[in-house]
Design a protein around this ligand. Structure first.
Ligand code: AMP
Length: 453
């Protein structure tokens, strides 16, 4: 992620949107947002090659909300096409979050449920439609969709839509909506098919490619630990910090809550000077903490990504990813803070059962498999509390549903590790998991202790 001082205020967004962005906790645009938002606001067609985890949804939702402005008339003026019901729902979430101070009306159209409530929503008047191509055409064929006012169209995950065989429906949609409109196409990959549809669909597009690539410095030794729960993560961190070579370390967490929990625990353990930064800390406190850390007076800085984004903190000896980052690119960015200028650095990532999927995606992006270490035997492996286990199971179900829209959820099913992760590749695992490896023994030990994975 670039360190340029770009901020959302620099975009021509109105204050309703800026306020919502702030409340969402976004302090700085991601690279895809930095590039897409100004061009989209200027009316350009966009071809965005970016994966989930780059912030691509907000990159097109913000300009789309800005252009659609406020509730007006009865008929939709913007259309977002997505391959699956799950993605439609995710986009709806982004519209709910970012459009909370607008009065824009939207309808989500997808299969698997009866069309009547969706048709009723359209009849009541809509500004934005988020739809899977099949259901969109079904409802259109019933004469329930007036499409002549559509001025902006987005295709999200275009590659997946084509893989799923939606091309005929997409062609029909392109035939019925007005020719004069702004188009944005997002795809995780730029295959020949995507290139072909982009020629049909886009006019002189600006191509924006966000390569989530292996820029993790060679000098950084990366290690992952599979850790069954939050409590064990904290104990493992406590254990690692006993190593004095770890002299300037940033511990990244995904939420304020985890940042505070880690900070409070470590402070009691007297591992040296420690500070915490997150969005709830005032700007001055944050600046002072970072200055103290940079000067070497502070050994440990606990930070959320949101708080750390854009701060020039480098030359750290170690990075601990207490949580796997949700924006995958942040992994590269976090790890890049260590091992700079030929210094040796090390990055440890703690991966809980629900995070395995995300870390697998990160490994795809950085095109390497991060070596796994077993949890040291000195670290007590805690039992996973019931509520925490349930939360993981729910999250894993969500991941499976995303990968396979027909999957109905196995929340109460007994799970085995091999089928909880849609990216799990048993062949790969065989190569990586030496039968008698310490890591495996350790995992078995964890299972016995009830930390099911
Ligand atoms: P996406 O790639 O659109 O699926 O977004 C991935 C995640 O990043 C979502 O949870 C978003 O809420 C979050 N996100 C998007 N933009 C930002 C930003 N500028 N700062 C922090 N988080 C963001």
């Amino acid at each position: 992620m670039s360190d340029s001082p770009q901020s959302f205020e620099n975009f021509k967004l109105n204050k309703q949107l800026l306020e919502a962005v702030k409340e969402a906790g976004y302090t700085k645009p991601t690279p895809i947002q930095e590039k897409t938002i100004p061009l989209a606001l200027a009316g350009q067609d966009i071809l965005g090659i970016a994966q989930t985890g780059t912030g691509k949804t907000a990159a097109y939702v913000l300009p789309l909300l800005m252009k659609t402005k406020y509730a007006q008339g009865e008929h939709a003026r913007a259309l977002i096409l997505a391959p699956t019901r799950e993605l439609v729902i995710q986009i709806e979430q982004a519209i709910l979050t970012l459009g909370k101070y607008t009065d824009l009306r939207y309808a989500c159209l997808y299969g698997g449920v009866g069309p009547t409530p969706q048709i009723e929503k359209i009849r009541a008047g809509v500004d934005i439609i988020i739809a899977t191509p099949g259901r969109f055409m079904d409802i259109y064929s019933k004469g329930e969709l007036f499409v002549r006012n559509i001025k902006t169209m987005v295709m999200d995950e275009a590659d997946k839509m084509m893989d799923m065989g939606f091309m005929p429906q997409i062609r029909s949609i392109l035939e019925v909506i007005p020719v004069k409109r702004q188009n944005m196409l997002f795809s995780a990959t730029f295959s020949e098919r995507v290139e072909r549809i982009s020629h049909e669909f886009l006019e002189f597009p600006e191509r924006i490619e966000i390569a989530l690539q292996a820029t993790t410095a060679d000098t950084v030794a990366q290690t992952k630990y599979f850790v069954p729960n939050l409590k064990t993560k904290i104990t493992l961190l406590d254990h690692l910090l006993q190593n004095e070579e770890i002299n300037r370390v940033i511990v990244f967490t995904k939420s304020r809550k985890n940042a505070e929990a880690v900070y409070q625990y470590l402070e009691r353990r007297k591992h040296g000077e420690i500070r915490v930064i997150h969005a709830n800390k005032g700007q001055n406190t944050r600046i002072n903490s970072v200055d103290d850390f940079k000067s070497g007076d502070v050994r440990i800085l606990v930070a959320t990504d949101v708080a750390a984004r854009g701060l020039d903190i480098s030359m750290v000896s170690h990075v601990v990813n207490f949580d796997v980052p949700l924006i995958y690119e942040d992994y590269v960015h976090r790890v890049g803070r260590t091992g700079r200028a030929e210094q040796e650095g090390a990055a440890f990532t703690f991966v809980n059962p629900a995070e395995e999927y995300h870390f697998g995606r990160i490994e795809e992006i950085i095109r390497m498999e991060v070596p796994e270490e077993p949890i040291p035997k000195e670290v007590r492996i805690a039992d996973t509390p019931f509520a925490e286990k349930q939360a993981y199971d729910r999250e894993i179900d969500k991941q499976r549903q995303k990968a396979d829209p027909t999957f109905k959820g196995a929340f109460h099913e007994k799970k085995v590790r091999a089928n909880t992760n849609p990216h799990y590749n048993p062949e790969k695992k065989k190569v990586r998991g030496n039968k008698n490896s310490k890591a495996k023994r350790n995992r078995n030990q964890m299972k016995k202790k009830g930390g099911k994975r």
